[in-house]
Design a protein around this ligand. Structure first.
Ligand code: ADP
Length: 248
């Protein structure tokens, strides 16, 4: 029974691969407008969790609700995206030969071919949305550059900007800080805090300085279920968490 409204509600979610439980009765809630960091050792189930939320993997059992309304276990990846859940994988997938502006233009015209999108002028509202996204990801002065000429961090920001074109309510982001310089990492944390004003975010990350800068609630996964949840300071001081990270 759900008492508080949630963007994402998972209860008793299990997934097995050949008898091995990648998720073992996982339960977790994300509140509207919340940013949540997900940590856990390799093999803890972080990727599998993202996969079951986005319809890539169907759980064996359990409940996953979006906005207390949509049963995500009954939708495929395209349908989940259309419901308002955007997923960013670790590797950026911007089109390197197109400019920053053109990449964003394409993302705002989901469904059209590249040629159609680039020859079709954006409407006034879409143009305004594109400008807002450019400002948010701080690439205004790079908009005419080819995406291939951007730094790794700038490509990641562009790709996040491209996700925003679909106006997702919930963003799932996989290891955004991986491969970034310290400066880019801190700038990404600032971008995410800004994003959290209008979106709910779930961020899988290993970089503790980055998580500290996000200043949000942290969930620790281990062996496919939640080991601890709370502020970064509280989970770092949790004996079970210390054992999992250091005791082997
Ligand atoms: P994490 O992202 O936290 O590193 P994963 O969700 O990728 O963890 O994996 C959890 C466990 O499930 C791992 O032991 C992994 O080997 C296993 N696993 C994940 N996907 C598959 C699959 N498609 N087939 C078999 N085993 C898998």
């Amino acid at each position: 029974h759900i008492e508080q409204p949630s963007v994402l509600y998972m209860d008793g979610v299990s997934v097995s691969f050949d008898g091995f439980k990648a998720l073992n009765s996982l339960s977790m809630c994300i509140e509207p407008g919340e940013m949540r960091a997900i940590i856990g050792p390799n093999g803890a189930g972080k990727t599998t969790m993202m996969d079951v939320i986005t319809g890539k993997t169907r759980p064996d059992s359990g409940t996953i609700l979006f906005n207390d309304q949509y049963d995500l276990t009954q939708h495929d990846e395209a349908e989940v995206a259309n419901l308002g859940i955007g997923r960013k994988f670790q590797k950026p997938s911007v089109i390197e030969s197109l400019t920053v502006f053109e990449n964003l233009e394409l993302s705002l015209q989901g469904g059209r071919s590249v040629w159609q999108a680039l020859t079709h002028k954006l409407g006034k509202q879409q143009h305004q949305q594109l400008e807002e996204i450019l400002t948010l990801i701080d690439l205004q002065d790079k908009q005419t550059l080819q995406a291939g000429s951007l730094s790794h961090g700038q490509k990641q920001w562009l790709e996040i900007g491209m996700l925003l074109g679909q106006k997702p309510q919930l963003l799932l982001i996989d290891e955004p800080a991986a491969g970034m310089t310290d400066e880019e990492t801190m700038k990404t944390a600032e971008l995410f805090r800004n994003l959290a004003q209008h979106h709910s975010l779930m961020v899988v990350e290993h970089d503790m300085d980055f998580i500290d800068a996000l200043d949000c609630r942290v969930t620790v996964l281990h062996e496919g279920s939640v080991l601890a949840e709370g502020s970064l300071a509280s989970v770092k001081a949790n004996d079970k968490v210390i054992e999992v990270y250091l005791g082997r």
